[in-house]
Design a protein around this ligand. Sequence first.
Ligand SMILES: [Zn+2]
Ligand SMILES: [Zn+2]
Length: 656
Amino acid sequence: MSSQNVNPIVRSGNGAKAKHQGLRVIPLGGLHEIGKNTCVFEYGDELMLVDAGLAFPSDGMHGVNVVMPDTSYLRENQKRIRGMVVTHGHEDHIGGIPHHLKNFNIPIIYGPRLAMSMLQGKMEEAGVTDRTTIQTVGPRDVVHVGQHFKVEFIRNTHSMADSFTLAITTPVGVVIFTGDFKFDHTPVDGEAFDLQRLAHYGEQGVLCLFSDSTNAEIPGFTPPERAVFPNLDRHISQAEGRVIITTFASSIHRVSMILELAMKNGRKVGLLGRSMLNVIAKARELGYMRAPDDLFVPIKQIRDLPDRETLLLMTGSQGEPLAALSRISRGEHPQVQVKSTDTIIFSASPIPGNTISVVNTIDRLMMMGAKVVYGKGEGIHVSGHGCQEDHKLMLALAKPKFFVPVHGEHRMLVCHSKTAQSMGIPADHILIIDNGDVVELTPDTINKGEPVKAGIELLDASRNGIVDARVLKERQQLAEDGVITLLAVITTDGVMAAPPRVNLRGVVTAADARKLSVWAEREITWVLENRWNQLARNTGGKAPDVDWVGVQREVEVGLQRRLRRELQVDPLIICLVQPAPAGTPAYKGRADAEPDTRPAPRGGRRDGGGRQPAAVPQRQLVTAAPAPVAAASKAPVEEPEPTGRVRRRRSAAAAG
Ligand SMILES: [Zn+2]
Ligand SMILES: [Zn+2]
């Protein structure tokens, strides 16, 4: 591709205005994190998606099942989406697709057979099969997406079978998008990395390389997948009783080896966990995994076999609370209980963030008397991602002009950029970017453009409901500080007609219920005194039109601030108001009985949309009666509560 390839479609297309020259590459997820890889390629008025993954929630995301990238940008530009290409079938690359299809159509999705078969199942579950067309591809297949993207699928090696690196030819040049990879020269399935094809593109000239940074901090090459075989073999053959192995269901090669080892050691296999059953069924059906039918025994019959002839393969390598091994470790599994003769093998390493749940699971299993094999020293796990020497080989083969490290946390991206510099790529030819950043490429330049909206969308268990920031905050408050409900009875002319009822759930506080009731009364009184004029609109003669939600909100905010200030607790506060007819006799509060010790002036404390606190309400002036001197003089000038209450009550009484 040469520089006279000027953007030819800016004036053509379907009417959409192209604002930018050159190629724009916009990752919406997968940067400064491991997960939810989602990338947009954009040229003129055409968009192409590369992968769309999901991530799993971190601690504190209560009730969140999966984490999606914010796709406002795609929704806004959905008319320009021409299609999608998929590198491989891991959840962090395809898990987001069914969700996105609920929001916008994708005309066509090209991807490897195994990934597309897994995607098909997910789309059926989500009911979105009519929103796109799926087209499977094989090694060296070339597809065209829109008028401006030509994509060749180059076979690579990774922990998942049927994985690809992409060579994307655009009007400004060729971009190599590595996908997840390591260089495994003795792959379990015999499908070698197509180095020749990669070198071919390198020879012709690669404009930019986007490369997997997962293991950028680790020196050396990642060992081949086969390296774990003898170590697993040793542990399985030495086991006196049952063997229980956990790994990622999607690590097709690892699972293949475990099945092979079961056969070799004369053990039948029982499978536990939905994803384990699904993935193995799909992989066997498509020929990515070879194992005779009679190797498998349904879990209900497995207890009839001698322990020495049993191997259980299950999910739970990440300590996920609902996965099979985690339930077994808590003694909660209906079919499997741990025996002291069991050998339990963790053939996976914890993803950062899961470490604590994994070690807790290991502890529980050990306490039940089982022999647990885990950790780096045992040689029972290797990564599916390349380390520094793999990265160097990729850079050497692709020989890119520009370089963008992707698929990694920030320090990994920085490390990867140093590796690239050590290979002679100038620092100003490398961009370290964040989700939503725009990489603008021309044949001679790389720049960061104006970013687009990026962030996260949190989905609940239904995978439909979005848990927004407010809901998440409320759940965190509930979990950490409990909830206080407060029922207030207020007349339509702004008088408290009954003592507020305060209820605490999960709240630990030094204050007793009576004190909280008094505080609640003060807040209600303050709002009635200072906010009523704004919250109640006089409709002329009849009862005023009251913004009850506004009243509730004001009381909640006020009480919350007081609790934070005085008790250093931050429970969720729910105020419910029961309106009473005008003229209902006022309740004589307890708040008067206690001197108010509040130190700070109240003026301007509310965040009610920039409204200023009212001066003394007019009604008060009209009906003002002498307040009890003691209460009035004790309160600071800005604290109108005690006097206000008395005046208001009298005014209400007078009105009635
Ligand atoms: Zn992967
Ligand atoms: Zn990945």
